[in-house]
Design a protein around this ligand. Structure first.
Ligand SMILES: Cc1ncc(COP(=O)(O)O)c(C=O)c1O
Length: 357
């Protein structure tokens, strides 16, 4: 019924971890299953995270584990999902999963969802009668937007679909249901021959990609939409902001008009899956010189050096799983400065309530 020609390829997954963490125990991958009548399958009642573990000379290191797990807890709180896990327990579970996986690098997927009590089934929208289940899985994942994207950039479009509005499905929660909106954006982009779509917010300002935050370079200034533009408070976004500050590059949160994308000197996406990916065209209009711009390249270089453990991070960004402790350091001069913003969103950036400007 629907043409999918050439569009079914996914990111390469060379390997999955054969164990999964489930509510405090490690179970086999093949046993990590749910009933088809589970609440989550019908009503989208899940929250989740996506975390990368990088290969470094000191073994696998999980990138910004605590920040991801804090966002996970925040998403659960927004959706009133009662569970028994605290930040330390979730971080320890993730570390042990990587240790057991034997993988040098991987992508971690914690998920908390409304399940089914088969002895006392409940099928209504009301989520409260349903038990909540927590899992963490892991797999080896390639470059999200393609192997060449990191160097050459991607061709994207502005989506006809808007991003979620803050008072419908809160974009600051990473809920499974939000990704129905992301799927509309992604499918439209792929079927029209683009790698990704950029969604506008309900006012028509630039929001984000289906699974990435966006940055715009104009002259020597880097701009990114504020949380009030219906974005997910990206951990990579926060890392890019801190990297800009380290490099002495001016970085500001600004509402951004669609047309500003076309006349930007450089554009790039940030995200756990996409990392730092240049955008070379929007709606078939070439951005800048049509490749990876010099400021994007500088930011990307530092990002990859940090994630490979080759350069100290501005904070405890890497959790070395073989040492079971946070092993990064805060070098002198890498102090965090506040971010200039034109909105009521005041820095710091990560988990504040998103005000509307
Ligand atoms: C909609 C959306 N925006 C932004 C991001 C980037 O967030 P992060 O850098 O925390 O992965 C993601 C990725 O999870 C996303 O799905």
């Amino acid at each position: 019924m629907f043409s999918k020609e050439g569009k079914v390829k996914d990111v390469k997954t060379p390997r999955v971890c054969d164990v999964v963490w489930h509510d405090g125990e490690f179970i086999k991958w093949n046993d990590a299953r749910v009933h088809v009548m589970s609440h989550v399958l019908h009503y989208g009642s899940s929250i989740f995270e996506g975390i990368r573990c990088y290969s470094t000379k000191q073994g696998p290191a999980v990138f910004r584990l605590r920040e991801h797990m804090q966002r996970f807890l925040n998403s659960a709180k927004i959706y009133r999902m009662d569970h028994q896990w605290n930040l330390d327990q979730l971080c320890d579970a993730a570390v042990e999963l990587v240790q057991r996986s034997g993988m040098d690098q991987c992508y971690l997927r914690p998920i908390l969802f409304r399940s089914l009590d088969e002895a006392n089934p409940a099928f209504g929208v009301n989520p409260f009668p349903n038990p909540v289940a927590c899992y963490i899985g892991a797999w080896d994942w390639g470059k999200y937007l393609g192997d060449e994207a990191i160097e050459q950039g991607v061709d994207v479009c502005v989506s006809t679909w808007n991003r979620l509005t803050p008072n419908s499905m809160p974009p600051m929660a990473k809920s499974g249901a939000n990704y129905m909106n992301s799927q509309l954006i992604k499918m439209e982009a792929l079927l029209n021959g683009f790698a990704e779509g950029i969604a506008l917010d309900d006012r028509g300002y630039v929001s984000e990609g289906s699974g990435e935050n966006i940055f715009l370079v104009t002259g020597d200034v880097v701009l990114t939409p504020p949380l009030s533009s219906s974005i997910l408070p990206g951990i990579t976004r926060d890392s890019v902001i801190q990297i800009c500050q380290e490099l002495g590059i001016t970085i500001k949160e600004r509402t951004i008009q669609r047309a500003a994308l076309y006349v930007a000197d450089e554009l790039f996406f940030s995200g756990t899956a996409a990392e730092v990916t240049p955008i070379r065209s929007v709606d078939r209009i070439t951005v800048g010189s049509g490749g990876r711009g010099p400021i994007t390249a500088k930011i990307q270089k530092l990002f990859f050096e940090i994630t490979k453990g080759e350069r100290p991070a501005p904070g405890d960004w890497l959790t070395y799983v073989n040492q079971k402790k946070d092993a990064s350091s805060t070098p002198e001069g890498f102090a965090r400065r506040s971010l200039e913003t034109n909105t009521e969103d005041t820095a710091p950036i990560l988990f504040q309530a998103a005000a509307r400007d």
